[in-house]
Design a binder for this molecule. Structure first.
Ligand SMILES: Cc1cc2nc3c(=O)[nH]c(=O)nc-3n(C[C@H](O)[C@H](O)[C@H](O)COP(=O)(O)OP(=O)(O)OC[C@H]3O[C@@H](n4cnc5c(N)ncnc54)[C@H](O)[C@@H]3O)c2cc1C
Length: 440
């Protein structure tokens, strides 16, 4: 990092506060903590959860191929190792004049107060809150669908899934388990493939009444093809693979209502579903709309300039899914893990530059391509050539390696190379020591 050639650290008078310890926020706060280590500068992370699970892996938590208790990062211990402070709680407001963010009162599951409402002062504030599912006001969604917004959502789906499989294992009168995934983007496609893998593993663990014939997975997409943002040949390749796995893909199908037993579509059809996942569209959290007088877009994202500072306040940054950013080349930054990773690095440089009164660096999004993982069966995607900007189609093992590399980059940002290597080693050992599926 070229900041090591800059003069000695110069702290701000109040803390640097990062709200949201996800793909972008946790990398940023870790690097800020390390940079300001030993100085008077306080660095604070506020997150509503106690542990971090990299969001692109949530479909694996849902299917049970990843155990969040093993792969999750505890914020408190990570903070102590990287010289920042962790505060547990949900931020819900901002006072720009007093330069304070508010954290809601924290209650336990029985509603008993744990920590009262808190205000945290900042010199520099970074919103890295990510996104939540956009239900577009569709009838019955909140009551009857599972969203993959948080690790808790994914774990809840996993429990429901195990119960559903147990039902068909023990009750011969149930002819089929119908699962519907609404949204044919990367999340929906990846989850569908993971569910087939889950059923195969359960059969291998002795669920002899579970079979592919009794599993009916419907992937429902409103537009005319799956994987809309990806090139058509990548989508076609994924579609062919989904068909081999026995997944029914319905395009041009708009869901208008979800009940606890079926989906109603716009053309009047009904599709049976006992387990329904909604993965069709995202927005930034509602409370960001106009928060503290900041400019926000229609989908609640905070509008930022090319330095990632909010347009109304240069001391407040927004990165990742919750930022509406148009780069100097006019590219609208997509809500992806690679964007959050790049924005975290850019915000780091700019926060340090402000402290040292140096010029800021504009953020330019670099698209390295996209990979879709179809569980351990295969992966497909496209890579961007760095020189000629042409895309290269990749699939199979190579695509899988590139897919995993994005997660490894995140781990390297958090733990460094050596610890990431050890984590990989433990992961390999666990594959022989532990079941390949989380069964509880
Ligand atoms: C199932 C799934 C698969 C995906 N696969 C891919 C993929 O293959 N490739 C890819 O590039 N992208 C993928 N994405 C998208 C990617 O996960 C996001 O773009 C990325 O995580 C955004 O990072 P972020 O830092 O903006 O937010 P997040 O990683 O979502 O982190 C937000 C953090 O903010 C915290 N938070 C939220 N609200 C509050 C609050 N009010 N107070 C305190 N804390 C709060 C949350 O607890 C969370 O820790 C996938 C997403 C999903 C759901």
């Amino acid at each position: 990092m070229f900041t090591k050639f800059w003069p000695k650290v110069r702290p701000f008078d109040k803390p640097i506060v990062v709200v949201g310890g996800g793909a972008g926020g946790l990398e940023l706060v870790t690097k800020l903590g390390r940079y300001f280590k030993g100085s008077a500068q306080k660095v604070i992370l506020i997150d509503q959860n106690r542990k971090h699970v990299w969001k692109p892996l949530l479909h694996e938590v849902a299917a049970g191929s990843l155990d969040a208790d093993i792969d999750g990062v505890d914020y408190l211990s990570h903070a102590s190792k990287n010289s920042f402070t962790f505060l547990l709680g949900q931020v819900d407001d901002l006072n720009q004049d007093l330069k304070q963010v508010s954290i809601q009162q924290l209650n336990d599951l029985k509603g008993k107060k744990v920590v009262g409402e808190t205000r945290v002062a900042y010199s520099i504030l970074v919103f890295a809150l990510g996104s939540v599912t956009n239900d577009f006001g569709t009838k019955g969604l909140k009551e009857n669908c599972i969203f993959l917004d948080t690790c808790e959502n994914a774990e809840q789906f996993h429990t429901d899934l195990l119960n559903a499989f147990l039902r068909i294992q023990t009750n011969p009168n149930i002819s089929k388990l119908n699962i519907a995934i609404i949204g044919g983007g990367a999340t929906g496609v990846e989850l569908a493939a993971e569910l087939v893998k889950t059923s195969e593993l359960l059969i291998s663990y002795g669920y002899d009444h579970v079979s592919q014939k009794r599993l009916n997975i419907n992937l429902v997409e409103a537009s005319n093809r799956i994987l809309g943002p990806l090139p058509e040949h990548v989508a076609n390749s994924a579609l062919a693979e989904l068909k081999i796995l026995g997944i029914n893909v319905h395009v041009n199908t708009v869901v208008t209502e979800v009940t606890n037993s079926y989906l109603q579509t716009k053309d009047g059809a009904q599709m049976e579903s006992q387990l329904t996942v909604w993965a069709a569209g995202i927005k930034a959290p509602n409370f960001l709309q106009g928060i503290g007088g900041l400019e926000s877009a229609k989908n609640n994202q905070l509008v930022v300039n090319t330095f990632l500072q909010t347009t109304e306040d240069e001391n407040i940054f927004a990165i990742g899914d919750c930022a509406a950013c148009i780069t100097p080349k006019g590219i609208k930054v997509p809500p992806r893990a690679q964007s959050a990773h790049q924005m975290a690095d850019n915000a780091l440089l700019n926060i340090i530059a402000i402290s040292l009164k140096k010029p800021l660096k504009e953020y330019e999004y670099i698209d390295y391509g996209s990979i879709v993982s179809l569980s351990s069966y295969t992966s497909v995607g496209n890579l961007m050539g760095s020189m000629n900007k042409r895309t290269m189609f990749i699939e199979g093992r190579l695509a899988r390696i590139v897919y995993i590399a994005l997660y490894r980059m995140h781990q390297v940002a958090l733990f460094g190379f050596f610890k990431t290597f050890l984590i990989m080693l433990v992961g390999r050992l666990n594959r022989t020591l532990r079941p390949n599926l989380k069964l509880h």
